[in-house]
Design a protein around this ligand. Structure first.
Ligand SMILES: [Zn+2]
Length: 135
């Protein structure tokens, strides 16, 4: 996966652009954010958290994953994937940001149905558990 399409990520502390350097992302002021070994990037500063465990809980993420894996939303995911790829046919790589990605269901569906297409996919979510599942 390439992150070149997402060079507009901003530092949550000062709003300056973030750029990737090996296993972390840095802003010009030196704020640094490590990429977790699971592949996600945590950009919510502790001082900005309004709860100890913001967003969906671990149990909520697991329940939604069971529901989605049962295929109830498969037709929706296919329609979304088709709409995205047909409306952006000349974009290489196809960059898709899923804001509030949950456990990454739609991004995974998009990737699975477009194996021959160059994709740059990023999902963001406030839930640590959802982000972990998506990564
Ligand atoms: Zn910064």
């Amino acid at each position: 996966m390439t992150m070149d399409a997402f060079n507009a990520l901003a530092c949550p502390l000062d709003g300056e652009p973030l750029s990737q350097a090996d296993t972390c992302w840095r802003c010009p002021a030196g704020h640094s954010f490590d990429v977790a070994r699971q592949g996600y990037l945590h950009l919510l500063p502790v001082q900005n958290k309004r709860s100890l465990d913001p967003g969906d809980s671990k149990d909520m993420v697991a329940a939604r994953r069971r529901f989605l894996n049962a295929g109830f939303y498969q037709p929706i995911a296919e329609a979304v994937g088709q709409a995205v790829t047909t409306s952006t046919a000349n974009t290489k790589p196809l960059a898709c940001l899923d804001a509030g990605c949950g456990e990454g269901y739609y991004l995974r569906q998009l990737a699975a149905s477009n194996m021959d297409m160059a994709l740059a996919l990023v999902g963001v979510d406030i839930s640590k558990w959802a982000t972990l599942a998506a990564a």
